[in-house]
Design a protein around this ligand. Structure first.
Ligand SMILES: *Cc1c(COP(=O)(O)O)cnc(C)c1O
Length: 435
């Protein structure tokens, strides 16, 4: 296991409110809240300052930070104070060296792969990924002659077999969307490390986890030896459903490359989107997730008792098949078990067609009549969201394939928000009881 970063005497949730408090990123020391900065370009008082700014951008050579104490901002696409303050706090939340934000989660995933993997090289990915990541790997990377091998990451032998001398990246999500199956992060790290012992630095295999489903409150893969974490800020980190964003968190050496990539490919996070995540999303992360988890546990236990439901998958349930792994891997800043805000359940029915009909009916009733649940994709927001993966988020996968990959036509995904758990349960009861 990687050495934990040295901690200050303050808890992570406290840091997520104040960040570095008086950051050199911007002099706003007479404000309580960092002002929303909005300026596409920056005034220089001399060409000398301009020249210095260009030299310093993305130039942290071999651990020597050539940046002056206060950064010289040049142009928003290169950097600006709101997202740099957010990046400091995101790196702290994930216990990583540094973070670079992007316009969306997908922009951060394509940037990470763009920095690590080139033409003729390969990615090994878990067989089930977020739909757009799947499409990126499947529909676009063949054009760049990047090959993607799809395997079950819980099958160590299959994972071993998929690794070739060209492999650059092992990429996965845990919990897996939508089934909530977990992947043992430490096992994947072990396999990569074993291969890396016999490889030159240039051919090193990197590991990356999309940590969007758990959020850094419930799981910090970098502390288990993972090289990179990506997050869609759009979900639990923003938390209020107002803005889109993405981030890559990783080792210090990757910082300049990610900045250069962002500068040239251009997918920057707008300061107007960075600000609410910095000011509302991160400071409320811990208190929101503690409440989400408490309610999700109650809703999961309620659903598990209902005779019209055949299976409930929530890492906090006693019946969860990977209970031991969940308790070891999904832990909050205090080391407490933190099974997250998402749960998945399947309607009872003899045939896939019958199950699909029942799921459709329940979700459509909720969409029209439930006060506490909204039919919508996304997750981790203060409002409870419900969706039907087989016809929505996972519709790109043909029906026969869906079942093989564990997406049941009768499956329903819930992301629990901040409503009273009793109210969500009451609305679920009403929907289940309506024939
Ligand atoms: C939403 C999501 C993404 C993509 O993020 P965007 O901000 O929508 O681009 C990637 N991975 C997972 C697991 C997600 O839920």
């Amino acid at each position: 296991m990687k050495q934990k970063k040295k901690k200050t005497s303050y808890a992570p949730e406290t840091h997520l409110i104040y960040g570095k408090s008086f950051t050199p990123k911007w002099d706003y020391s007479h404000h309580l809240i960092p002002p929303l900065s909005s300026s596409s370009t920056y005034r220089m008082d001399s060409t000398r300052r301009g020249a210095k700014g260009f030299i310093e951008f993305a130039h942290h050579v071999d651990g020597i930070d050539v940046k002056s104490k206060a950064p010289i901002y040049i142009y928003d696409r290169l950097g600006e104070p709101n997202k740099e303050m957010l990046e400091e706090n995101l790196a702290a939340a994930e216990e990583g060296d540094c973070a670079v934000t992007f316009a969306t989660g997908m922009a951060s995933i394509s940037a990470l792969c763009g920095v690590l993997v080139g033409s003729g090289q390969e990615i090994v990915a878990h067989k089930m990924l977020y739909g757009c990541t799947y499409s990126l790997f499947k529909n676009w990377y063949p054009r760049y002659r990047i090959k993607v091998h799809w395997v079950d990451f819980n099958d160590a032998k299959a994972l071993e077999r998929a690794i070739t001398p060209q492999t650059r990246l092992l990429y996965f999500e845990t919990p897996v969307n939508p089934t909530m199956e977990l992947i043992d992060i430490a096992n994947v790290v072990d396999i990569a490390q074993r291969h890396n012992k016999q490889r030159k630095e240039l051919n090193r295999i990197y590991t990356a986890v999309d940590n969007t489903f758990a959020s850094p409150f419930c799981q910090r893969p970098l502390t288990l030896g993972i090289d990179f974490v990506v997050q869609s800020l759009t979900k639990g980190l923003c938390g209020f459903g107002t803005d889109m964003g993405g981030v890559v968190i990783g080792p210090q050496w990757s910082y300049d490359q990610l900045l250069m990539y962002r500068k040239d490919f251009g997918g920057v996070l707008a300061p107007k989107s960075a600000w609410p995540i910095l000011v509302y999303g991160l400071p409320s992360l811990a208190v929101r997730y503690r409440q989400y988890i408490q309610s999700a546990q109650r809703v999961a236990e309620f659903l598990e008792k209902d005779r019209r439901i055949s299976m409930v998958s929530y890492p906090g349930l006693d019946t969860f098949p990977q209970k031991a792994l969940a308790r070891a891997q999904m832990i909050d800043f205090d080391g407490k078990f933190a099974p997250g805000c998402l749960l998945y359940f399947i309607m009872k029915g003899k045939t896939p067609v019958e199950r699909k009909k029942k799921a459709d009916k329940l979700v459509n009733f909720i969409a029209k009549h439930s006060y506490t649940m909204t039919l919508a994709v996304s997750l981790g927001t203060i409002r409870t969201l419900i969706e039907h993966p087989a016809s929505m988020t996972h519709a790109a996968i043909p029906p026969e394939e869906q079942l093989k990959r564990g997406v049941d036509p009768g499956g329903i995904r819930l992301s629990i928000g901040l409503e009273k758990a009793e109210d969500i349960i009451q609305d679920l009861k009403t929907a289940l009881n309506t024939r």
